[in-house]
Design a protein around this ligand. Sequence first.
Ligand code: BGC
Length: 370
Amino acid sequence: MRKGILSLTAAAAAMTLGLTACGGESDTTTAQDGAAPAESQAAGKVGVILPDSKSSARWETADRKYLEEAFKAAGIAYDIQNAQGDKTQFQTIADQMMTNGATVLMIVNLDSGTGKAVLDKAKSQGVATIDYDRLTLNGGAAYYVSFDNTKVGTLQGEGLVKCLTDKKADNPIVAELNGSPTDNNATLFKNGYDSVLTPKYDAKEYVKGPDQSVPDWDNAQAGTLFEQMLTEQPKIAGVLAANDGLGNAAIAVLKKNSLNGKVPVTGQDATVQGLQNILAGDQCMTVYKAIKKEADAAAALAIALAKGEKPAATGSVKDTESGADVPAVLLDPQAIFLDNVKEVVADGFVTKDELCVGEFAAKCTEAGIQ
Ligand code: BGC
């Protein structure tokens, strides 16, 4: 499905793309602390649409922050908005951005159909397009920037196996709480973890339990779904949850049944909540995606496009619907367990101050978090 995947640091990404952050036109959106804009260039404007702020904390706490930093550093005009899960609003925001002079549009789609409508309109107006984090199937974006999402899923599957092995689980029943059925990433994550779990089911080492997708990654709905799963199958012994929000919903239900800490649960995004659940022993692992690198790589592309350049990507992914090869930059995810939570802090993705509050202070010390 993929080819030519490279992982690279943001700096390397910028180099590969032949970019350096040079000053462009400064306006109210891009005013920098005292830094006079370098020689003014006829740079365009970048519009970014984030999907929501509930399916994962990442969009507002990480993606927005890092993208903003990158655009500011380059002195490029930008506008970042959040569609708050509303597909009609998503299109409205895109229209407004283009009316207000966006020459580059970067989107995290809410589903491929509505994402494609936005991309089609942008292209018809000569606006350059980037799929950020989620590939819009049949969308034809000029670039795609994300992580190796199949690998994210593989790490989750392997993580759950490790945690079940550590618990000496015998013939465990595994429940799967998948991401949104309309998010191509959720499909890739599932491909990844099922590539680890299906052989275990086939070998009768594990028992396949309930397996359901959570519409729109809705955390509340995930809780309801998992409650039903556990009622129907009280012996669930492991939960493959596709991100930290879904994992936390499952953990809340396990807690009500005094099963938290006994039944390992996976996650993704290395959110403060997910990492605290790991410190508490209620979550077995998460997947850390260094979003700064993702934002830097996407911003580097957007900035080049805004300047009228034609940046090169480092690889490509196959759009499974259109069959097209989409130029892509894909980064490498990392599995996080109790023993390496400290690496997420050391990387500056979460701070000790936000993670190690109250009851977590002592657990942070135990986990070697400085
Ligand atoms: C992202 C995940 C995120 C999920 C829910 C996925 O497309 O890759 O990082 O947890 O959406 O927002």
